[in-house]
Design a protein around this ligand. Structure first.
Ligand code: 0L1
Ligand code: MG
Length: 257
């Protein structure tokens, strides 16, 4: 039996991202399941690596009930981050490069020594060198921000851009820190790091396990976006966004056009 056209689907999604033009969902029509969707994601990210981008880490997606409810998908997923997706803290993001960008407050880890896939992290402070507040800009390449589970996995879990705030040493507890998302100084979302799988440290165990299933091993020096603590908020040109995480500080961006 001939399977889905992995390269063809990756090209469709890559062109949608490069031209900031939404495409129709593809999974049902092409018979994508979760495993082949991760193969599409690999091919989609390879298009970026072929034009000189570097893999700098992984992100977890749908790690909170709020995010799962927002998009109607109920499984934790993971995607890849490249250097070109990184925006300097406080820096500009041109919204015209995206289709329907949204922002969400996250916690980021700077990875150190890591266990093999399947092994629990155990000594978290040995595995993680530093922690930071972060903002993820997500942008589904599908029309109306609507997709199935294989669709969103193939689309590199809607990864668009990310901002990392100041790194600091791992604090004693990460499991119940207050999180705010502010747009132009107004409160847009309130949450807690508890919304990230109960504790963002758990997201690292899940990331190692889930990526390991697809032969991907996390590396020392990589960034790991553990997931959002709240639902995502649409990003419009001209606004200033701040993600504030108790004990960790602030990450921010300015949206331009
Ligand atoms: O980072 C995320 O939680 C996004 C995962 C994909 C679903 C979405 O686009 O909201
Ligand atoms: Mg996210």
């Amino acid at each position: 039996m001939i399977g889905p056209d992995i390269t063809g689907i990756a090209d469709t999604l890559g062109i949608a991202a490069d031209t900031a033009t939404a495409t129709a969902q593809l999974a049902a029509e092409t018979g994508l399941d979760v495993d082949t969707a991760y193969a599409v994601q690999t091919a989609l990210v390879q298009r970026r690596l072929d034009r000189g981008e570097r893999l700098v880490g992984l992100k977890m997606g749908l790690t909170s009930k709020a995010k799962m409810a927002q998009v109607g998908v109920d499984e934790v997923i993971w995607g890849r981050l490249t250097d070109a997706m990184r925006v300097p803290d406080g820096g500009p993001v041109d919204v015209t490069n995206f289709i329907h960008p949204r922002v969400e407050p996250e916690v980021a880890f700077l990875l150190d020594r890591l266990p093999e896939p399947g092994e629990p992290v155990g000594d978290f402070t040995g595995a993680v060198r530093a922690v930071a507040p972060a903002i993820e800009l997500i942008d589904s390449r599908y029309a109306n921000f609507t997709f199935s589970l294989p669709d969103v996995i193939a689309d590199n879990t809607s990864a668009g851009a990310f901002v990392i705030g100041p790194w600091s040493a791992v604090p004693d507890g990460l499991d119940n820190l207050g999180v705010l998302l502010e747009i132009d100084g107004r409160l847009a979302q309130v949450g807690s790091t508890a919304a990230i799988l109960g504790d963002p440290r758990r997201a690292l165990d899940e990331g190692i396990r889930l990526a390991g299933r697809h032969g991907v091993r996390l590396r020392e020096g990589w960034i790991f976006l553990a997931g959002a603590a709240t639902a995502a908020v649409p990003l419009r040109a001209g606004v200033h966004v701040r993600a504030v995480v108790e004990k960790l500080g602030v990450a921010s961006l300015r949206a331009s056009s």
